[in-house]
Design a binder for this molecule. Structure first.
Ligand code: HEC
Length: 130
């Protein structure tokens, strides 16, 4: 009998966790990938740092990196390069920035985070090619 009730509680908890996950914004990792490659990587590739593959870091490192929001050793912020204001600045010469010009900052940030989590070295599909 005891075993049955434990199983019931576990199942209920799993269903609740799933319900919470689907009610939140459903991040679009594909959109995050397009933005990462077209905006983040296109700048890195032109800089001495070179392109930065998502698979060079673990999920936790990417999560900390986005949370710290200190880009280029703290010289500026990652959030600036994701913002609508930045997209507006570069959209004349950057197709992805133009295409996603009106996406909310929070949504695009979640999309990029989803791509980085997926492409991290311990992610579901490590992305070596940026
Ligand atoms: C306008 C150019 C430019 C854009 C756009 C850009 N970066 Fe960077 N990024 C740099 C430069 C330059 C460095 C190297 C800074 C250094 O080493 O001093 C860098 C470094 C990094 C690093 C290495 C760690 C660090 O902060 O030094 C990560 C990770 C990174 N960028 C992530 C991103 C992400 C994610 C985006 C897009 C949302 C992005 N960058 C957009 C220029 C850019």
């Amino acid at each position: 009998m005891k075993k049955v009730s434990v199983l019931f509680v576990t199942t209920t908890a799993a269903v609740c966790a799933f319900a919470t996950a689907v009610s939140a914004y459903d991040a679009d990792w594909k959109r995050g990938r397009i933005y990462y490659r077209s905006v983040c990587t296109s700048c890195h590739a032109a800089e001495p740092i070179g392109s930065i593959a998502p698979s060079t870091r673990a999920k936790a490192e990417w999560a900390d990196y986005l949370k710290a929001d200190a880009h280029a050793k703290g010289k500026d912020k990652v959030s600036r390069f994701i913002s609508k204001a930045y997209r507006a600045e570069i959209k004349a010469s950057n197709k992805a920035a133009e295409k996603f010009a009106d996406v909310a900052d929070e949504d695009l940030t979640a999309d990029i985070a989803a791509f980085l989590m997926r492409g991290a070295k311990d992610g579901d599909e490590p992305a070596s090619c940026n």
